[in-house]
Design a binder for this molecule. Structure first.
Ligand code: FE2
Ligand code: FE2
Length: 163
């Protein structure tokens, strides 16, 4: 009877795992290039997406379903900051659209608790989108200076760095 909800929840997990992997990948590469602010944002967001996997998986177990822990796609080897932010913005927009649809589908299945999970996820993904969008706007506005400042902050914070 909960088959439809379990399918929606597993499909959401596949999307969340893509985000977890891709944001960790961005975190590593921003860290490597000295972009601390972005590196931290990606790490923090990856951890939040992992919490989303947990909410979804808990609900599947509650409904006596089987959890399928499989990312919906492989990591894209993106190393350029502008492309990373474009990927993140698009991914969050897709998640907002999908979860709104999933909430409506859950309401149509008379599964209010699953609907509420999707609605809570929409709010988080909107916040993620907003955060990536703000950084993207700054990058467009300040260009290279936006990145140089982050890299300078990083070298000033490194022990032993020339002040
Ligand atoms: Fe998420
Ligand atoms: Fe997100």
């Amino acid at each position: 009877m909960h088959e439809k909800s379990i399918k929606l929840l597993n499909s959401a997990i596949a999307g969340e795992l893509i985000a977890v992997h891709q944001y960790m990948y961005f975190h590593f590469h921003c860290d490597d290039q000295g972009y601390d602010l972005l590196s931290n944002i990606y790490k923090r967001t990856a951890m939040e997406e992992m919490r989303h996997v947990e909410f979804l998986a808990d609900r599947i177990l509650f409904l006596n379903g089987k959890i399928v822990l499989k990312a919906g796609a492989d990591v894209e080897p993106i190393h350029e900051v502008k492309e990373m932010l474009e990927w993140a913005r698009a991914s969050e927009q897709d998640a907002i659209r999908d979860y709104n649809q999933d909430a409506n589908a859950s309401a149509a299945n008379s599964d209010s608790a699953t609907k509420r999970i999707f609605e809570d996820l929409v709010a988080d993904e909107e916040r993620h989108f907003n955060q990536f969008d703000m950084e993207y706007e700054k990058l467009l506005k300040f260009g290279e200076r936006y990145l140089v400042l982050q890299a300078l902050d990083n070298s000033a914070a490194t022990p032993g760095a020339v002040q």
